[in-house]
Design a binder for this molecule. Structure first.
Ligand code: ZN
Length: 473
């Protein structure tokens, strides 16, 4: 080697060293080292559980169906996914992002990769970096396998504990998870993580942000945005991702180890998507979605109607579909009716027969089943108590016929005709209330509801439904 060559080589080495510091996106300063928690579930279990839960979540939540918004958040998601450190990549995990049309600032991710961000979160973020921060935090929970790690510890948190609590049954068989979580409402989809796990997701989130070319300080900034905008309230991000101590400072400290040259902070695409969302009709809150028992049809296009009901309603189908509800009721209803509601009170209603009015779910057509804990154990008195309590919420409600004896699933029951003026449509409606006692003395009821002008078209369906009722308690 000649002297000249030697010098050139040294210069090249120096140049490489210098450029490594300035050109590589992530510096070589010591980052916080994270490790996976012990986990008795396999990577395959994560994938399987996440898929089941995602299918349920998409039944329960109204997804935003907007191609521009969807492809944008997917692109940001892909960019972050590509930046997951290799030690936290798991074979078979498939990351995806979908937007829920809800106004609360929230996001959640399921084991194995499905992530959901609320439209409210995108609208609240001040720039793309803040939105990406929340997504990087969620991806970190998945990559660190926090859901099944938490379940391994046997903590009773949220959805996974619910699914895993009944154990092998579910992981093995088809009967379990969906049925188990179907009735539990929206809240169960929010895994409530421990503060230790929150810190880990913040730190790995910051590292992923930097590796993807974002400024990790935007993750810290997003937590301030969330707090300022009430994300700490129930149903908000902080109720499922509780803040560890000094969250903001800890993320910024990590950010110092992660210098990024010319980070992406904001983009025109983000501004365009945000303007598009802000210009769309207001989204419901998660609580409103939960109350309305929103079901998002798999075939698409059917977000929960923002309008009061009152459109045209089809005749009841003559084909029936059987359901098991309330833990002891089997009933058949026309197969063009949809199930809405929850564990305590379930509705079956045709398309157009329900909607929203003043942020409440309102029904004009259909049947409702439930159980009422009345003071009286006498059927007639208990039924009267129920009518009185219904009348408190519906001031135009009147009893129009005397009680008549009927048989419900082989038991003595009562029927009463009522009329009401529907608060959303202003129409007079006719209601038939049917009651009987459950074995423990509670009052089981069926309400059959239709506008007075259509009552005759619905009468035979209501009769068929009543005849199909089987109580097994
Ligand atoms: Zn979290």
């Amino acid at each position: 080697m000649t002297r000249n060559n030697y010098q050139r080589t040294r210069l090249l080495i120096v140049w490489f060293a210098v450029s490594a510091i300035f050109l590589m996106p992530v510096s070589v300063f010591p980052q916080t080292k994270l490790t996976l928690h012990s986990n008795k579930y396999s990577v395959q279990d994560d994938i399987k559980l996440g898929r089941q839960a995602a299918a349920e979540a998409e039944q329960q939540f109204p997804l935003l169906r907007d191609g521009e918004v969807s492809s944008y958040v997917e692109r940001v998601g892909n960019r972050l996914e590509a930046a997951i450190p290799s030690e936290f990549r798991h074979p078979g995990f498939q990351y995806s992002v979908r937007v829920i049309n809800a106004r609360d600032i929230n996001a959640f991710a399921l084991p194995g990769g499905p992530m959901y961000v609320n439209r409210g979160m995108i609208e609240a973020a001040r720039r793309e970096g803040e939105m990406a921060g929340v997504m990087a935090h969620e991806i970190s929970h998945v990559a660190l396998r926090h859901g099944t790690a938490q379940a391994t510890k046997g903590q009773k948190y949220g959805l996974l504990a619910g699914i895993l609590g009944i154990g092998g049954q579910i992981l093995g068989g088809p009967a379990g998870a969906a049925a188990q979580i179907a009735g539990q409402g929206v809240g169960v989809y929010f895994l409530k993580f421990s503060r230790e796990y929150e810190t880990e997701a913040d730190i790995l989130g910051a590292q992923i942000m930097a590796r993807a070319g974002y400024d990790p300080r935007d993750l810290a900034a997003m937590f301030q945005t969330i707090e300022r905008q009430g994300g700490g309230s129930s149903g908000g991000f902080l109720s499922s991702h509780p803040s560890p101590q000094n969250r903001y400072a800890r993320i910024n400290q990590e950010a110092q180890y992660l210098r990024v040259q010319n980070p992406i902070r904001d983009t025109e695409e983000f501004a365009r998507v945000q303007a598009r969302l802000r210009g769309s009709p207001a989204a419901p809150s998660m609580a409103e979605i939960a109350r309305s028992g929103q079901r998002n049809p798999a075939e698409g296009g059917g977000n929960y109607p923002q309008d009061a009901p009152g459109g045209r309603v089809d005749y009841p189908s003559t084909r029936y579909r059987s359901y098991n509800e309330l833990g002891f009721l089997t009933v058949s209803v026309p197969d063009n009716w949809r199930k809405l509601g929850d564990n305590d009170s379930v509705w079956f209603s045709p398309e157009g027969g329900y909607g929203q009015y003043q942020n409440q779910a309102v029904f004009t057509h259909g049947v409702n089943f439930g159980v009422s804990r009345t003071q009286s154990r006498d059927l007639r008195q208990a039924t009267q108590e129920l009518i009185n309590s219904l009348a408190q919420g519906n001031r135009s409600l009147r009893q129009s016929t005397n009680f008549q004896r009927v048989t419900v699933s082989g038991r003595a029951g009562l029927s009463a005709g009522l009329t009401n003026v529907n608060e959303a449509t202003g129409q007079t409606e006719s209601i038939t209330l049917i009651t009987t006692q459950s074995r423990n003395g509670d009052l089981f009821y069926m309400v059959a509801l239709a506008p007075q002008s259509e009552a005759r078209s619905f009468a035979s369906a209501f009769n068929n439904i009543l005849r199909s009722v089987r109580l097994d308690d």
